[in-house]
Design a protein around this ligand. Structure first.
Ligand SMILES: NC(=O)c1ccc[n+]([C@@H]2O[C@H](COP(=O)([O-])OP(=O)(O)OC[C@H]3O[C@@H](n4cnc5c(N)ncnc54)[C@H](OP(=O)(O)O)[C@@H]3O)[C@@H](O)[C@H]2O)c1
Length: 273
């Protein structure tokens, strides 16, 4: 009995080791640099604030987007943040007075090109699921809407595009979700932003209001892993939001960079964990 238990445990540890090695692909020296970038970010807030820049956020009504808006409001680094979405949220309180909400029809996003003009930074947290929108609907949102946003942003003068993609994104994948994510990453790289920061978080840890059984199951199964190896396959939405703001304050010296799940954690927290 003891032997079976020990074998199962050893198998689990080996599986975990392989998984970590496979998924945590950021080289150690780059991990250290990312930690330094994260540590430097808070000290740059005041200087950044004094430059009176503006930003826009698409997907701001979603789970990550909502937390990102809170992070932007709390750190107060932009003179104005334009929130572009298909519905409005209720923001009450003085701290939200730098937000401007604009309701748009994403099918006619080009008609709203003016909303994308003059921002130095654009954040994109758009997305849907195949379950909710079907295959074509998923491609429409996760590819077409994101690419139209990226192009309008570039035409409007946006220098830094911050895109929330996903762990496993791969334009050569035979699976729909990673393939579309990978295609969008590649096409965004061709848009020609001065800076492009792509985030590839793992399963988002959030108490989602909307029913998504598959995601709920993944969160339950991965819950123990969150404690044993928190940076391997899961990422709280707060971590993504913090990392997205930190990369704006403390940009990578590379014009375009992909942050894998562990790098997202490091960029948010500033320490190797
Ligand atoms: N779920 C995960 O575990 C996971 C893991 C890694 C990466 N990601 C990716 O991370 C991104 C953000 O995920 P999330 O879970 O924070 O997003 P979410 O809660 O699903 O919210 C998505 C956002 O996109 C908007 N949107 C969806 N369909 C739209 C449409 N037809 N027209 C206009 N706007 C539309 C939503 O607007 P409404 O609020 O009006 O619906 C919302 O603002 C997505 O690209 C997702 O694929 C997710």
């Amino acid at each position: 009995m003891f032997h079976i238990g020990a074998t199962v445990f050893a198998g689990f540890v080996a599986f975990l080791g392989i998984l970590i090695a496979w998924l945590e692909v950021t080289p150690i020296e780059r991990q250290r640099e990312i930690c330094r970038m994260a540590e430097a970010a808070p000290g740059k807030e005041e200087e950044f604030r004094s430059t009176n820049q503006t930003a826009f956020v698409v997907g701001y009504t979603g789970e990550t987007g909502k937390v990102l808006v809170e992070e932007l409001v709390n750190r107060n680094i932009f003179q104005k943040v334009v929130l572009i979405g298909r519905r409005e949220l209720n923001y009450e309180g003085e701290k939200y007075n730098k937000l401007e909400q604009k309701v748009v029809d994403y099918e006619k996003l080009e008609d709203h090109a003016d909303l994308f003009k003059g921002h130095s930074v654009g954040f994109c947290c758009l997305g849907t699921t195949r379950g909710k929108s079907g295959v074509e609907g998923f491609k429409r949102v996760d590819h077409d809407y994101v690419m139209t946003t990226a192009k309008l942003a570039k035409e409007g003068g946006c220098g830094h595009f911050v895109l929330q993609s996903s762990q496993g994104a791969n334009k050569n994948s035979s699976f729909l979700y990673p393939r579309v994510k990978g295609e969008v990453e590649a096409e965004c790289a061709d848009v020609g932003f001065d800076k492009l920061s792509i985030f590839r978080p793992g399963v988002l840890m959030v108490d989602r209001k909307e029913s998504r059984p598959g995601e709920w199951f993944a969160r339950k199964v991965l819950a123990p892993l969150k404690y044993i190896a928190p940076t391997v396959m899961t990422c709280p939405v707060e971590t993504v939001a913090k990392a997205m703001v930190n990369i704006v304050l403390s940009p990578s010296e590379k014009p375009s960079e992909i942050f894998e799940n562990k790098a997202v954690h490091l960029l948010a927290k500033g320490k190797l964990c």
